[in-house]
Design a protein around this ligand. Structure first.
Ligand code: ATP
Ligand code: MG
Length: 569
């Protein structure tokens, strides 16, 4: 491909709207342009990368025996009413009407459509197991589209749905997809981790997420340094640390704390460590309001809180509402004489001689003891784990926290959709059975951004070879020099024979400009054709991201580059 004849609108300046490196670099390298909030056009270079990801995903899904289909983006409301999600889905679902006033949505996901297909077409156990997938445009009206295509509103997803006669079959389909995902992310050249994930309101069934590790990731993942345990912070189980020594505990007494508000302020004022202070938070869900107790140095995990109080969803209650519910300010809440039902985090089980709000403004209780001074509440896992916590699985190692970008998600759905849409398949004995389903997503477009987050330097992108728009870029020192053009063209032809596509920078630009753009675009191998090296019968070759340049004899260049690209180096 000729640079001069291709739309590669590189930018010198950093676009002000971009807050993460991948977004900045995708705009600066001319991979994408924004059309509206969370909606982007893919330009030639960006689309090349997107297609590389698609190809890897498609090849591995096909190899796993999944069947590719293509479902419509526009879906009739009736199907969503049947599954109950027309009411449940909320404002992320883009809804509209056709000219006849019939309701539709733009698909954010395709469980309903694929389940409808299966109930019409698959009637016998002989058709199962089946796994259908597509690579298709989704729309989700995200509340905060951001980071470019990382969290877009319109984006490209690979979604797959498996159908099995029973749980044993589902387990097999699920494991096959986990293995397939491992191969996909390895082939993409990404540093990733598979982690246990929360199953949300469906509950019970298993779910794993695949995260590309990067500092800018929106998710936090906990992993054990000793065994293989890894989980999303949303889900990572907190082990209860051994009790913080309480020293000699006197009798519970009240201390005036006028105007002292935050945990840190109270801790400094009273001279007690945060780990010996109890903080109270109020959450509310469909099951009512609860007062939750945590150690002063821990953070509440709302997903765990919802599980603990038996609600699908809870939210933290605003200060004014806390006042309304309890009669005191949120900073003065405590377990002694609490009016709301109380739940405490496991870490508080053995805490002795602690500090807590006195349910009265401007006052704290000091040296409180469970049972002696107030009943021991029901204990639950309520907090986010912190780095250094003991591993809940092996009990030997400790947890570390990393940031991750979710690029894939596998989920055992069970019969949620097949039951709602009344799918019936005859088993070998002629009985009607409801098949069980799994669903498996990959953020095809998000992978492009995640790969850049993980692979860039001050000068630009440093593509993994498997995802680069081109594995090789030839920079012509002077496109008017006919001998150099002839050499470049023959190298391009030679590489093509090995299946290697070349970007040829044939622009009539200063060499410095071409080098800057080459660094920005991040193509793995650069070959400079022209100038003194060419006169001496060689080409200067450099690996992006590495400082050293090598002079390779003209007749060895194709061999040199094709060997390295083939090895994915
Ligand atoms: P997230 O927690 O990031 O919103 P999700 O749980 O809503 O993700 P799924 O419904 O499991 O995502 O979708 C499958 C995959 O699609 C995700 O793993 C992610 O890689 C990708 N994805 C989801 N939402 C977006 C988005 N707004 N923009 C780009 N990719 C997305
Ligand atoms: Mg989402």
């Amino acid at each position: 491909m000729r640079f001069a004849a291709t739309l590669i609108p590189t930018l010198k300046e950093n676009p002000v709207e971009a807050r993460v490196e991948s977004h900045r670099l995708m705009l600066r390298a001319g991979l994408i342009r924004q059309l509206g909030a969370g909606i982007y056009t893919w330009l030639p270079m960006g689309l090349k990368v997107l297609r590389k990801v698609e190809t890897i995903v498609r090849e591995e899904m096909d190899a796993a025996g999944a069947q590719e289909i293509l479902m419509p983006a526009v879906q009739p409301a009736e199907l969503w009413q049947e599954s109950g999600r027309w009411q449940m889905y909320g404002p992320e679902l883009l809804r509209f009407q056709d000219r006849g006033g019939r309701d539709f949505c733009f698909g954010p996901t395709h469980e309903e459509v694929v389940t409808d297909l299966v109930r019409r077409e698959l009637r016998s156990y002989r058709h199962l197991p089946a796994n259908f997938y597509q690579i298709q445009t989704k729309f989700r009206d995200e509340i905060r589209p951001r980071f470019g295509i990382m969290r877009g509103r319109e984006f490209l997803m690979k979604d797959a749905y498996s159908f099995d006669l029973d749980e044993v079959g589902l387990d097999k389909s699920y494991i096959l997809m986990v293995e397939t995902y491992n191969r996909i992310f390895q082939r993409c050249g990404l540093h990733y981790r598979a982690v246990e994930a929360d199953t949300g309101s469906i509950g019970g069934a298993s779910s794993h997420e695949f995260h590309v590790l990067a500092n800018s990731g929106e998710d936090v993942i906990a992993s054990c340094d000793s065994c293989g345990y890894a989980a999303n912070l949303e889900k990572a189980e907190g082990s209860s640390p051994s009790a913080i020594p309480g020293g000699e505990v006197g009798s519970m007494r009240a201390v005036a704390t006028p105007g002292v508000k935050t945990m840190e302020e109270v801790s400094a004022f009273l001279g007690y460590p945060l780990g010996r202070m109890i903080k109270s938070l109020v959450v509310e869900g469909e099951g009512g309001a609860f007062q939750l107790l945590l150690r002063g140095d821990h953070e509440l995990n709302l997903i765990k809180a919802a599980h603990a109080v038996g609600s699908a969803f809870v939210q933290l209650v605003e200060p004014a509402r806390v006042q309304e519910l309890t009669g005191v300010a949120v900073g003065s809440l405590g377990p002694v004489g609490a009016v709301l039902p109380v739940l405490a985090d496991h870490c508080l089980k053995d805490l002795v001689g602690f500090v807590a709000g006195a349910n009265e403004d401007g006052k704290h209780w000091v040296d409180v003891m469970w049972e002696r001074d107030c009943p021991k509440p029901q204990m639950a896992d309520l907090r986010n784990v912190v780095a250094g916590d003991g591993c809940p699985r092996c009990q030997v190692g400790s947890l570390r926290l990393d940031r991750g970008i979710e690029v894939g998600h596998v989920f055992k759905l069970g019969d949620k959709y097949s039951k709602a849409l009344q799918v019936a398949v005859q088993d070998a004995d002629g009985r009607e059975r409801t098949p069980v389903m799994g669903c498996y997503g990959i953020g095809v477009s998000r992978i492009v951004a995640a790969a850049i987050e993980q692979n860039h330097d001050d000068q630009g992108i440093v593509w993994p070879v498997a995802l680069a728009p081109f594995p090789v870029e030839i920079v012509l020192v002077n496109p008017k020099e006919t001998q150099a053009v002839a050499v470049a063209t023959s190298l391009e032809e030679g590489l093509k024979k090995f299946g290697i596509d070349v970007l040829l920078d044939d622009r009539d630009e200063r060499l410095g400009v071409k080098f800057k753009d080459a660094d920005l675009l991040g193509i793995p191998w650069r070959a400079v054709v022209g100038g003194r090296s060419l006169k001496e019968g060689s080409v200067e070759v450099q690996r992006r991201g590495k400082p050293d340049k090598e002079l390779i004899a003209l007749d060895k260049v194709v061999e040199f580059l094709s060997a390295r690209v083939r090895d994915g180096k």
